[in-house]
Write a protein that binds this ligand. Structure first.
Ligand SMILES: [Zn+2]
Length: 580
């Protein structure tokens, strides 16, 4: 055997990792979903391989892929555009740079379009745009979610400005799906740049980035040539995108199916039609709730509650052992898929938001997140959100509206973050927008103050149809420390301020700001988190069940009346009482 034929035979069985240069046995690499077993590098996939990995075996049915090729500007560089197309076809065995079809993932049906970077750099031309648009139209016809798997250098220069127009063509097909209440997901794979990044890779509802993928508008070389500065480590990588609010999640290849599953499950959940107002029951017991079995736990009469001292109540509500929003999501709810990022610049760790499930009912949960120890408290900024947090909350609430899902908010914050950057990025406006948006969301909203309801930063998640408070939670216009400093000019007046502000659960019930109180275990939620979670679950079921059957316009009208009555002279606010 000559040296050349030995090499040729070796090439059939072995390859070198593009990242760590390890020599890899091809069969082993394929079994590992083309992820290097040595360094974890996610190698680029051809569209047929991607589809094979992603969808249930035997379920992919290709959409017709035959569209006559175009050469609108008769482009020629070193060779003519038609010659390039012929070469790309023979190299890839594909008609174009995208494969579209219907399939199932873990049994859930969807339409998907998968781009192939091998075909002229996955570039977006008129045929690619047409095929993806047809896939979106198929999803609209069949009322199925759409998954777009992107891998592209951008618009196809060889088709001149018509390739640029594809960004708009596909985007309006995405818009139609979103307007119709259907879920759109992009899965960004390496690399995704230019016109694809600046349209359907990022204007979907949920942006999933495959581990190791890079995405950006301008490529690193162009940026470097323009600004003539070194680019930061990890620039435009998946983790960079997550940190800067561009991605909902970064997922390793072997977890993709598992992470797409709950999104598709939510999209395919049947939404119960609202019943006419006359037929509405209000009792949790008189209907089978899609939320699962309920038990009446809510306390509406302040006389049934012990009257805690205001300052002690504040300290109890701040107890770091109390369950956090993520604790409740892991215990009181059946599942939770977290979504990240404000799609502008950042992901605020002090607010978590995503799709959850309670019984058979998918819903959206948004909440403040503190922590139990110094490390998580620092990582979560002590539960004090930045403007990015409120913008993420609004984005996920809009998704709830699009999919017709009820919203549950869990409130536990000392207040919105008072910082220089927060002010620069419009903290006041972010809170204001959140309050404004919540007054008009046409889906049921239940807010639960689980710990500290601190000021505007709390109300930004609190404009709800039903406002509940945990027994040991507090809700206040300002921290007692802040109040003591401003009105008493004396930090030792803090306990007095806490009492004067009337912040306890029975106070808030009397003031009508809370509709009901969620009981806690005798020694507080922190003493028995499992029971606390169970009580919270029943409380949410009890409060939400009657709302699920209300028409949207009734919900919004009653929510606005609820907050309208806090105006002076509207009868529900009791006269002031002397502070204890
Ligand atoms: Zn490697």
């Amino acid at each position: 055997m000559t040296a050349t034929t030995t090499e040729a035979v070796a090439e059939q069985f072995w390859t070198r990792c593009r990242s760590c240069s390890s020599l890899l046995y091809l069969k082993r690499l394929r079994r590992n979903l083309d992820v290097c077993p040595e360094c974890g590098d996610h190698q680029r996939l051809a569209a047929p391989d991607r589809i094979r990995q992603l969808v249930d075996p035997g379920t992919f049915a290709a959409l017709p892929g035959e569209v006559a090729p175009v050469d609108p500007v008769e482009f020629v560089d070193s060779v003519s555009y038609p010659q390039r197309l012929v070469a790309a076809r023979s190299d890839t065995n594909l008609a174009e740079a995208v494969l579209c079809g219907e399939a199932r993932i873990d049994g859930y049906p969807l339409v998907l379009a998968v781009m192939d970077f091998r075909f002229l750099g996955g570039s977006l031309g008129a045929v690619v745009g047409e095929l993806i648009t047809r896939a979106a139209e198929r999803a609209l016809d069949r009322r199925l979610p759409l998954l777009l798997v992107t891998a592209s250098g951008g618009a196809r220069m060889q088709e001149g400005v018509l390739s640029l127009m594809q960004m708009a063509t596909v985007s309006q097909a995405i818009a139609a799906l979103r307007e119709a209440g259907l879920l759109t997901i992009s899965l960004i794979t390496d690399p995704t740049y230019g016109g694809v990044a600046a349209s359907f890779a990022t204007n979907t509802d949920v942006v999933v980035v495959e581990s190791g993928a890079r995405m950006g508008f301008a490529g690193p070389r162009v940026i470097h040539q323009t600004i003539r500065q070194p680019l930061p480590e990890g620039f435009q990588t998946a983790d960079f995108l997550l940190r800067h609010g561009q991605a909902d999640m970064v997922v390793e290849r072997w977890s993709l199916r598992g992470r797409l599953r709950p999104l598709l499950a939510t999209a395919s959940a049947v939404r119960p039609a609202p019943v006419p107002e006359d037929d509405r029951g209000t009792d949790v017991d008189d209907a089978v709730s899609p939320l699962g079995p309920g038990r009446a736990v809510l306390i509406r009469d302040p006389g049934q509650l012990a009257e805690p001292d205001g300052w002690r109540a504040v300290q109890a509500a701040r107890n770091l052992d109390r369950p956090t929003t993520l604790d409740y999501l892991a215990t009181a709810f059946d599942s939770f898929t977290e979504l990240h990022g404000d799609r502008l610049a950042a992901d605020c760790p002090a607010i978590v938001a995503g799709l959850a499930r309670l019984g058979g009912q998918p819903l959206v949960v948004v909440g403040h997140q503190k922590g139990h120890h110094t490390k998580d408290l620092l990582a979560r900024n002590f539960g004090m959100p930045t403007p990015a947090g409120y913008r993420k909350a609004q984005r996920v609430m809009r998704l709830a509206v699009q999919l017709g899902l009820p919203i549950v908010t869990l409130i536990d914050t000392p207040g919105a973050y008072p910082g220089i950057d927060a002010e620069k990025h419009g903290q006041a406006a972010a809170i204001a927008d959140s309050i404004l948006a919540m007054t008009g969301l046409p889906v049921p909203i239940v807010a639960v103050v689980t710990g500290e309801g601190g000021s505007g930063g709390a109300l930004a998640l609190g404009v709800a149809d039903r406002v509940l408070m945990l027994q040991n939670a507090v809700y206040s216009v300002i921290s007692p420390e802040g109040c003591a400093a401003i009105l008493w000019n004396d930090p030792t007046a803090t306990p007095r301020a806490a009492r004067a502000l009337r912040v306890t659960a029975p106070d808030l019930l009397r003031l009508g700001v809370a509709d009901a109180v969620v009981p806690e275990p005798p020694q507080g939620a922190q003493s028995d988190p499992a029971t606390a979670a169970d009580l919270l679950r029943h409380a949410v079921v009890e409060a939400l069940t009657p709302l699920l059957r209300m028409p949207a316009e009734t919900l919004v009208r009653q929510r606005r009346l609820r907050f309208r009555r806090f105006g002076a002279g509207n009868g529900s606010v009791p006269p002031p009482v002397d502070p204890r």
